[in-house]
Design a protein around this ligand. Structure first.
Ligand code: KG4
Ligand code: ZN
Length: 338
């Protein structure tokens, strides 16, 4: 093996995906994701069950990631793990595993911020964004407009003051009787619906901040009123309801992204996080790119939702920069990062 080769084992366990990846010199050799199905029946992630499922899955997931990568355990040069933010019990499983593994192999440990990793998912494949670029990071727990100055220097320009965009998708889906996580299902129904059929309020926040609690309440009251008139309203109109809600959420996201891009005069624009898998958002971003002369970057579908490859790629840049953690590092449920 080349003396300069850097192999990183990465672990992601912040929520309900147990994931392990092997990254060699910034390239993904393997990326295993075990999705916890146990939460579907509860309409959301049950933290206790998530931690338990991580404990059951982490060893086999790491083993398969290693097998698929073709490298030996002894060829790992560092172990990267998600340190924050996330469900504390879930984070603890990944952190304890990573510490033990690093200690057993006598290699350094790298603590990674999950939201920074979502942004750096852009650096897994080509074309990679040019700096500075602007990233709309939209997940189940966060909604942020991030100014990326280099791989490790980022500034959060604005974020949601209440619900995240993914949460809004999931909560509306729940109101419509769709299983968790509802975002992808809303997306599917929306593709066959009329986005202008129903109108919902667009929140007007200062600067680059977002608010998604208003649309959630508006949809709730709207459905209550319509169901009084026709108990089968949801069944008959689910495609149009999903299309209209999705249209409104995308409108709110794009408003702030466009404002930031214009104010800072940046033409390199990316989206990241689970909601960036949304087909409507991807299409709208491409259209806005063509309109505004932006160079648009969208990570591959499997790198949008939670995955260890993005933790590994972040770990790789931290490795190059000598940013290591010691064994006293502990996970935190919430953590600012810029
Ligand atoms: O980034 P992620 O996998 O986990 C967190 O860090 O939160 O994001 C999960 C979120 C969920 O709210 C899920 O419903 C949403 O991403 N999501 C989508 C789509 N795929 C995933 N939302 C809308 N449309 C999609 N296609
Ligand atoms: Zn995430």
């Amino acid at each position: 093996m080349d003396a300069k080769t850097v192999n990183i084992l990465a672990i992601e366990s912040s929520c309900d995906e147990t994931s392990a990846a092997i990254i060699q010199d910034g390239k993904v050799l393997s990326n295993l994701i075990a999705t916890q199905k146990v939460h579907e029946q509860y309409g959301g992630v049950v933290p206790e069950m998530a931690s338990r499922a991580h404990m059951q899955k982490i060893v086999p997931v790491v083993d398969v990631a290693l097998q698929q990568s073709g490298i030996a355990k002894t060829d790992i040069h560092a172990v990267a793990f998600t340190q924050a933010p996330g469900l504390i019990g879930s984070l603890l499983v990944g952190a304890c595993f990573a510490k033990a593994y690093a200690q057993a192999l006598n290699v350094p440990l790298i603590a990674v911020h999950h939201m920074q990793a979502h942004v750096l998912a852009h650096f897994i494949d080509d074309p990679k964004p040019e700096f500075p670029f602007l990233c709309l990071t939209v997940s189940g727990g966060h909604t942020q407009v991030v100014l990326c100055k280099n791989h490790l220097e980022m500034e959060v320009l604005g974020e949601t003051i209440d619900d995240a965009a993914g949460e809004a998708f999931d909560k509306v889906a729940k109101m419509l009787g769709l299983p968790y996580p509802g975002g992808p299902l809303v997306d599917k129904h929306a593709a066959q619906g009329d986005p202008k059929r129903f109108s919902f309020p667009v929140s007007q926040m200062e600067g680059y901040d977002f608010s998604f609690s208003g649309i959630k309440t508006a949809v709730l009251y709207f459905l209550q009123a319509e169901k009084k008139k026709d108990p089968e309203f949801v069944e008959k109109n689910i495609n149009d309801i999903c299309a209209s809600v999705q249209y409104t959420i995308i409108k709110m996201l794009m408003l702030k992204l466009k404002k930031a891009a214009a104010d800072i005069n940046i033409k390199h624009i990316g989206i990241a996080g689970g909601v960036s898998a949304n087909s409507g958002l991807r299409k709208t971003l491409l259209e806005a790119g063509a309109e505004n002369g932006w160079q648009v970057y969208i990570p591959k579908f499997e790198y949008c939702t939670d995955n260890a490859a993005m933790i590994g790629i972040t770990g790789y840049y931290k490795f190059l920069n000598g940013e290591f953690a010691d064994l006293s590092v502990s996970p935190t449920a919430r953590a600012a990062w810029s």
